[in-house]
Design a protein around this ligand. Structure first.
Ligand code: C2E
Ligand code: MG
Ligand code: MG
Length: 796
């Protein structure tokens, strides 16, 4: 009856081999830790390769540790190890490690699947141990008691799963294990593994069966040392290779981690393998939560909707793709680069919001007026052009708006007030239109509006609304300023093929017409306006030529004393002696000359000619020795810096005494030009020239001018004279002006005296001088000379 051999729980060992076994298992686990790091950053094929490499090297390490652990035992009977079982144990160790790696790698797989893999790993560990024991051949049967054996089984599986669970937690929390923690963990797991193996043998019962032959092979150091060293070498090599590679990777990762751009890397099978901190922030999830998941599921819907199609296209075509997009969640702009690699795709999102907003600012500035913030001419033209080309062919309107006499505001209150007025009025224009309409400032005091889909009636209504809105005074620079607009409307229809410039110029012409008709009104373009403008244009070209060709002539009309009929002075009135059209009156070309600036050369010629002619008559006719001449000056001339010099030059050239020259200035031309004009007039006055205020009573602040400017003659406007014969009220008014003139010691001339009764009435009221058809019409120099020859006397 064979006796049962029970090993004491602490049976004896070869201490060296035991330590070697523990060291080998610890080294295997340390290598596994290094390889796991590598596996987690590998993609596609590389990942599979590293999983297999880990299973093979670490599996070999685990097997060798258990093998040497067996050899370290000093059993009461001799034993050998069966080669086939050992190979089986090796295979199972490899399988166990492979399962362990998978369990750690498949972070995002469903929990129960992972649980199964964890369990499988534990079972594979148990099976490895079991095969190890089964390989022991000795002259005895090895038996176990059910309770202690199942406890041992649970312990082996439990320790394996617990180790994995600890590692898994570390990976989930994204904490890199410190080197000491790695060593501690590896040594603890290594010791636990070998201790469990030894315990497994400790609980065995050996039933000696001497019949069984045992081929005792060399146990102990001779077998263990070469295996141990070889496996160490393999583990070391694997760990060093991977660590080196990992170092470079850590370096690169630290760079990409610090990159200001968001970086996503995913496999060709669309599994996210890397995201940097900026990408984490963009998506609002941690790297741990993202990596390992299908990319289009992991990133927010808004992002995948934009990135998916181009990323997949560039990945399949292997092309670098680059495009921009606005992320609707944050409103930020990104420049996206999709870079395909052999086994993965990198998507870089560069935040270009600042550049975009600067670009937008520049674009806005280039298309908008800085003062009012309204569209500028370029943008306006563009909008009109779009409306012209609009395939829906709807009617639209272009309104051209010019502020009436805006120059006066700038000149009298300064440009700052002017600017304030412009920006307030710009805002009012916006209030007058609908959202789809375009309001623009073309420059200066010119605005334009494009109204979409409107009829002429509706456009006119908007224009009237604008006039009404402008009626409200603008508070600027501490004062209330009112400016009226003149508005021209041109209607555009897409099928009429008008271009933007043509429409704008039509609206401009209509606006011009509104100005000509007394300002503050709305005019609608009609082709007649174009013809008028055309003829004005022709006229201005011709006028320029006429001035050079000497077609200007002067007619003279005397200003006479109502009591004696003596001449105070002759007023020189210019005419255009047109070769085909005959004599053209000044009313037909002076306004044009004023606008085009031609008034300056014309005026210069007039003053020279008038002085020359008068001086000639003075010398020719004894009764006209003190003859004086009156010359009209326009607003444009008054502002001309050379005016005083021109007048003095004309006097000097002709030899006419300054006292024999009267300069007539209309009230309206004094409006708004105080300082320069005042300076000119004072300079001429002190030179001895007389100044007359012309058309007195038609302007607005005649009395104020009388005080401010050195006038010595008032010429009452002809309307004044015509009306004063009619009513007593007008007579009274006339009488008042005459009293005032006497008070100021100023001579009064009544203009437009056409009939003798008017002359008589004026004389009764005490008006000393008159001018009009009743005495003489303006005469050319020849007939005028005849009158002088007949003895027309001058006032002395
Ligand atoms: P003004 O200076 O008020 O000249 C008087 C205008 O009244 C002249 O018209 C004259 O022909 C007209 N007139 C004279 N007597 C009568 C009358 O009894 N009844 C009526 N209804 N009209 C009368 P004209 O020559 O056509 O000149 C018109 C305006 O053109 C002038 O008004 C003056 O402002 C301007 N003008 C004329 N010559 C020149 C010039 O050489 N330079 C400038 N800058 N303006 C000029
Ligand atoms: Mg005059
Ligand atoms: Mg006049």
């Amino acid at each position: 009856m064979p006796s049962i051999l029970r090993l004491p729980i602490w049976f004896s060992h070869h201490p060296g081999l035991l330590i070697l076994a523990i060291t080998l298992l610890a080294a295997s686990i340390a290598t596994l830790l290094v390889l796991i790091d590598r596996i987690l950053v590998a993609v596609g094929m590389a990942r599979r390769f590293w999983r297999t490499a880990a299973a093979l090297t670490v599996g070999l390490g685990v097997w060798s540790a258990l093998y040497i652990g067996l050899l370290s035992m000093r059993l009461p009977l001799p034993f050998s190890l069966n080669l086939s079982y050992q190979l089986g144990a090796l295979a199972l160790a490899v399988l166990a490690v492979y399962c362990g790696v998978m369990a750690l790698d498949l972070i995002h797989t469903r929990p129960w699947v992972r649980g199964m893999i964890f369990l499988l790993t534990g079972l594979a560990a148990v099976a490895t141990h079991w095969l190890m024991f089964s390989s022991v051949e000795m002259p005895a049967n090895i038996r176990y008691r059910a309770v202690s054996f199942s406890t041992w089984l649970v312990l082996v599986a439990g320790a394996t799963i617990a180790g994995l669970w600890l590692l898994d937690r570390r990976l989930r929390l994204r904490r890199d294990l410190a080197p000491t923690m790695r060593i501690l963990f590896s040594v603890a797991m290594g010791s636990a593994g070998i201790a469990l193996q030894q315990a497994g043998m400790g609980i065995a019962e050996l039933v000696p069966t001497p019949a069984r032959p045992v081929s005792v092979i060399d146990q102990g150091y001779m077998a263990a040392i070469p295996v141990g060293l070889t496996v160490f070498g393999i583990l070391g090599l694997a760990a060093i290779t991977v660590s080196n590679e990992r170092r470079i990777e850590v370096f690169i990762t630290s760079l990409t981690d610090r990159s200001p751009d968001a970086l996503f890397v995913f496999s060709r099978t669309h599994i996210l393998t890397y995201v940097n901190p900026i990408a984490e922030r963009l998506v609002g999830q941690t790297k741990a939560a993202l990596v390992g998941r299908p990319v289009w599921e992991a990133v927010p819907e808004a992002l995948s909707a934009i990135l998916r199609e181009p990323a997949e296209r560039s990945a399949t075509e292997n092309d670098l793709a680059c495009f921009e997009f606005c992320y609707p969640v944050s409103g930020a702009w990104y420049e996206v680069y999709v870079q395909p690699w052999p086994d993965s795709v990198a998507v870089v999102l560069k935040d270009v919001s600042v550049r975009k907003s600067l670009e937008e600012q520049v674009r806005h500035q280039s298309l908008h007026d800085p003062l009012t913030g309204l569209a500028n001419r370029t943008l306006f033209r563009d909008r009109v052009e779009q409306a012209v080309l609009d395939p829906s062919r709807r009617e639209f309107a272009v309104l051209f708006i010019d502020l009436d006499d805006f120059k006066l505001i700038n000149d009298s209150y300064g440009h700052q007030v002017g600017d304030e007025v412009l920006s307030t009025l710009g805002a009012r224009l916006l209030d007058c239109v609908r959202t789809g309409d375009t309001v623009s400032r073309l420059g200066g005091d010119e605005f334009a509006i494009m109204l979409r889909s409107v009829s002429l009636a509706e456009a006119t209504e908007v224009a009237e609304r604008i006039i009404e809105a402008f009626g409200e005074p603008v508070r600027a620079g501490g004062r209330d300023v009112t400016v009226s607009p003149s508005i021209g409307i041109a209607m555009g229809e897409a099928d009429r093929a008008d271009n933007a410039d043509e429409l704008l110029s039509n609206a401009d012409m209509a606006m011009y017409d509104a100005k000509a008709r007394g300002k503050a009104q709305v005019r609608i373009y009609d082709p007649e306006m174009y013809r008028a403008v055309r003829s004005r244009l022709d006229l201005s070209t011709e006028l320029r030529r006429a001035v050079q060709a000497g077609e200007m002539v002067l007619h003279y009309q005397p200003v006479v004393a109502l009591d004696t009929g003596h001449v105070l002075y002759l007023e020189a009135l210019v005419r255009w002696d047109h070769p085909e059209r005959g004599v053209i009156p000044p009313s037909e070309f002076i306004p044009l000359a004023e606008e085009t600036g031609l008034i300056v050369p014309i005026g210069k010629w007039v003053v020279n000619e008038a002085c020359r002619q008068t001086r000639l008559w003075q010398k020719e006719f004894p009764t006209a020795a003190t003859l004086a001449v009156g010359v009209n000056l326009s607003a444009g001339e008054l502002e001309e810096p050379a005016l005083a010099a021109t007048v003095k030059g004309a006097l000097a050239a002709s030899g006419l005494a300054p006292a024999h020259l009267v300069l007539e200035v209309t009230e309206s031309s004094l409006l708004g030009h105080t300082t320069t004009v005042l300076h000119h007039l004072e300079s001429l006055r002190s030179h001895g020239v007389s100044l007359a205020i012309d058309d007195f009573g038609t302007g607005y602040s005649s009395l104020a001018y009388l005080r401010r400017f050195p006038f010595s003659i008032i010429k009452l406007d002809k309307t004044f004279v015509a009306e004063s014969t009619a009513s007593d009220r007008d007579k009274a008014l006339l009488g008042g002006v005459l009293d005032l003139a006497r008070g100021l010691n100023v001579e009064v001339v009544a203009e437009g005296v056409e009939r003798h009764d008017q002359a008589r009435m004026l004389q009764e009221l005490g008006c000393p001088f008159g001018q009009g058809y009743c005495f003489t019409r303006p005469l050319p120099p020849g007939p005028m000379a005849d009158l002088l020859r007949k003895g027309m006397r001058t006032v002395t």
